[in-house]
Design a protein around this ligand. Structure first.
Ligand SMILES: Cc1ncc(C[n+]2csc(CCOP(=O)(O)OP(=O)(O)O)c2C)c(N)n1
Ligand SMILES: [Mg+2]
Length: 397
């Protein structure tokens, strides 16, 4: 060993010392035994020692229909944002299997705590897709009654819904009910303290909750390597509950794994972390431009694993769907797009003063003051001056 290399290996304390650059977290391959897969990207069934599923042809076609209609709805919402009808949209493109598979594993009495991207899960819960758009159009603060479909409102504060889900699940257990709770969150959210606290509480209190992490590889422009040094599903071990990684582009595997985790919760065996390994094929939201931070080849590689194409290949391979089925579904998709467009455009603007309602149950002097100020401001836009003298707008300055 040369003198130079010994010196280079000595730890130095100077603040200017450069640290070794971070290693990339190994990415699993489709053939990874730790990745549960029941359908290959070519649409062939894959055997798994622990997870099996035997859907009828009708159920297979149903899952396909769910994914196609969800994607069509999502594309329409993206277009509506581009046309100025929505302020923002967070597309689920590429994540249809993770959402439909897990969503169809739920029972009606189970309760869902979503992020802002769970349009496919909302679909499975029976929430009218047009209701998802009110908040993105800025005409309401939610758009549906969470208790009508056991589907909580979209949550933008990253990771916070895992705490809501945990608390709710602890309540379910206290009630002695046998329903389960599922919390959706992303790879980026896994770095939040709220998620760590949820893991601790749910484990210690044996709460009937499934943590469903859609690892879509990106948290806006931050790759998963910036969130973790170990595969995310392995985090569960440190909290004392099982973690499982599933091919998030395989709807059958997502259905089987989520169903099993929910059953475990119902049996009183506590939480499970499911990491659905998938890919966000679109932008983070319509405000984002992923070409600034990721290579086209990455997206192209994932296109070959498209969740919808995969199930279509399976349906065709096994002879469960013919051209008439696909043509009818195309028609249904177009009708959905048309309905979404018409309903959104007809959404009435809210009364601007309504923002002050429901801040406090019994009113508050500060809110009353702000309401009066805002009312005066609104009135300042009313053109009451027809004589050419001072207008209301000037008077309010
Ligand atoms: C507490 C909090 N911090 C930051 C943000 C801004 N933010 C919005 S989305 C996002 C990334 C979330 O990434 P991930 O959890 O992987 O979910 P994905 O958007 O990929 O579905 C961030 C940082 C936020 N909404 N809330
Ligand atoms: Mg993400």
């Amino acid at each position: 060993m040369t003198v130079e290399s010994t010196a280079a290996r000595k730890p130095r304390r100077s603040s200017g010392t450069k640290r070794a650059s971070a290693k990339r977290t190994p990415q699993p391959q489709s053939s990874d035994p730790q990745l549960v897969q029941l359908l290959s990207p070519e649409g062939e069934r894959v055997e798994h020692p622990e997870y099996r599923i035997d859907p009828t042809p009708d159920e297979l076609r149903g899952l396909y229909r769910d994914m196609v209609l969800t994607r069509r709805f999502d594309a329409e919402a993206t277009a509506l944002q581009r046309q100025g009808e929505l302020g923002l949209w967070a597309s689920l493109l590429g994540q249809e299997a993770a959402q439909i598979g897990s969503g169809r594993a739920l029972r009606d009495d189970d309760y869902v705590f979503p992020t802002y991207r769970e349009h496919g899960v909302a679909w499975c819960r029976g929430v009218d897709p047009t209701n998802l758009l009110g908040m993105f159009r800025g005409v309401n603060h939610g758009g549906w009654d969470p208790n009508s479909n056991n589907f909580h409102l979209y949550t933008i504060v990253i990771g916070s819904q895992t705490l809501h889900a945990t608390g709710y699940a602890m309540g379910v257990a206290k009630d002695g009910a046998d329903s389960a709770v599922i919390a959706y969150f992303g790879d980026g959210a896994s770095s939040q303290g709220d998620v760590a606290e949820s893991f601790t509480f749910s484990a210690v209190y044996n709460a009937p909750v499934v943590f469903f992490c859609q690892n879509n590889q990106w948290a806006i422009s931050e790759p998963t390597e910036k969130q973790t040094r170990v595969p995310l599903y392995q985090r569960a071990q440190g909290y004392g509950f099982p973690g499982i990684r599933v091919d998030g582009n395989d709807v059958l595997a997502c259905l089987a794994v989520t169903r099993s985790a929910l059953e475990r919760a119902r049996r009183g065996e506590g939480p499970t972390l499911v990491e659905a390994f998938t890919y966000r094929m679109g932008a983070h939201t319509t405000s984002d431009d992923p070409t600034k931070y990721r290579a086209d080849e990455e997206r192209e590689a994932w296109e070959a694993k498209d969740p919808i194409l995969r199930l279509r290949r399976c349906l065709e391979r096994e002879g469960h769907a013919d051209e008439a089925f696909f043509a009818a579904l195309d028609e249904e998709s177009e009708a959905l797009g048309k309905r979404v467009r018409e309903v959104v455009r007809a959404m009435p603007d809210p009364d601007p003063m309504a923002i002050f309602d429901h801040v406090y149950a019994d009113g508050h002097t500060l809110v009353d003051e702000e309401r009066a100020q805002f009312a005066a401001y609104q009135a300042s836009f009313v053109d009451t001056d027809t004589t050419g003298t001072a207008s209301a707008a000037e008077g309010s300055k």
